[in-house]
Every structure is written in structure tokens, then in C-alpha cells.
Design a protein around this ligand. Structure first.
Ligand code: URA
Length: 208
């Protein structure tokens, strides 16, 4: 499905998606309240590129992706799936934390379409530099950013999907869904689904 990257200011189209450049990004307003931009992290030749939604509270403070509670679950599941986290490139659809202050807490807000669109060029630059065999999308925001069209995760899990550039996509749920599910059974089921999808990604990456 075609995706349109919004026009970028002159000179920014080919910017290296480095920590410093992402941190300086002013393409939308999210930088104003975030601590810093969080760029993707991992080997340049990773076979698997994993896309989350956006940095959370801890990621915003540390400046690294997937270091908070959802990230710890994700890293444990990657290990269990036989994918050492250090061999996977991890990034997010949106590179600055979007939140609502509530007292001393910062409550996560789902990024808006314009935040995803403003960040699209960073994600595309990361994908084209890593050139992974498989992209794993975690949650609806990541799936929309990578696939470019509207599709529910449950439907996407049962279909052969590819990014507009032709990289196979494994769509799965966000690890925070497995943390937030209302009861033990629902949490266990989501955890098992995530693990099986990561194993599927590992098999696909080993083949290609
Ligand atoms: N959730 C995400 O989607 N990404 C992170 O980096 C952390 C939590």
C-alpha cells in the first residue's frame, strides 16, 4: 500500500537517524515537553527491526528505546524466542514521548496521526539503513506507520504483509497490552501470542 511521506524542510530528507539528529527534531511539537528524542538502537546489520509506538516515561528519561516495564517484558520474550535483544534493531514510530501531566505523573497518550507522519522520515531512514529481513510491529501505531494502511492487528497477524518497500511485516500486539490486560489469563494469553509471533519472526529472519 502506498504511503506518502510529508515534505520535509530542505536538507533534512537524508539526515542520519542518529540520537543527536532525532533529539534536534522539530517537525512536530512533541519535543517541547519531552526530555529528549529517542532514536532507534541496535546493530546496523540486524535481521530484525522491531517498531514500537513511542518512548515511555523511562525511555524519555534514559534516552533509549524499550528500557521501561514494557521493554523489559519485550527483552525477556526476545530472549525466550532465541533472539538476543542485542541482535535486534529496536525503534519507535514516534521518537518523542507524548504524555499528559497528572500531578507528579506523566500519563502516556496515544500519538496522533500528525505525530506519526512527522516522524515517518526517521523511521524510513532507519529501515533503509538497517535493511532488515523482517520488520516486527508492536501495536496499532507501529503497524499503521510501517504498513501505511488501516488494518486491525488480529487481521494483520493472519495475513502476509509487507511494507511499501517490500520488507515482510510480522504484526503483533504491544507488550504493554500483556502488562495491562485485566486478569491473569488474558495476560498469559497475550504473552504467549507475543512469544509465538517473535518466534515466527526469528524463523523468517533465519530463512531469508
Ligand atoms: N513502548 C514503546 O512503544 N516503545 C518504547 O520504547 C517503550 C515503550
Amino acid at each position: 500500500m502506498p504511503r506518502k511521506t510529508p515534505p520535509q524542510p530542505p536538507g533534512e530528507q537524508d539526515a542520519e537517524p542518529s540520537k543527536a539528529n532525532v533529539d534536534q527534531c522539530r517537525r512536530c511539537e512533541l519535543w517541547e515537553h519531552a526530555t529528549q528524542g529517542v532514536a532507534g538502537e541496535g546493530p546496523r546489520d540486524a535481521r530484525i527491526l522491531l517498531v514500537g509506538e513511542q518512548p515511555g516515561d523511562e525511555e524519555d528519561i534514559q534516552g533509549r528505546p524499550f528500557v521501561g516495564p514494557a521493554g523489559r517484558l519485550l527483552r525477556a520474550l526476545l530472549d525466550e524466542a532465541g533472539l538476543p535483544p542485542a541482535q535486534v534493531f529496536m525503534t519507535n514510530a514516534v521518537k518523542h514521548f507524548f504524555f499528559e501531566p497528572r500531578g507528579k505523573r506523566r500519563i502516556h497518550k496515544t500519538p496522533l496521526q500528525r505525530h506519526i507522519a512527522a516522524c515517518q522520515a526517521w523511521l524510513e531512514a532507519e529501515v533503509s539503513r538497517v535493511h532488515p529481513a523482517v520488520i516486527v510491529t508492536l501495536g496499532a501505531t507501529a503497524l499503521a506507520a510501517v504498513y501505511g494502511g488501516k488494518i486491525a492487528i488480529a487481521a494483520a497477524r493472519t495475513q502476509k504483509l509487507a511494507s511499501p518497500e517490500g520488507t515482510p511485516i510480522i504484526a503483533t500486539y504491544h507488550p504493554s497490552a500483556a502488562l495491562r490486560a485485566p486478569d491473569h489469563d488474558a495476560r498469559a494469553k497475550l504473552r504467549a501470542t507475543l512469544l509465538s509471533d517473535l518466534k515466527r519472526a526469528a524463523r523468517m529472519a533465519a530463512k531469508g
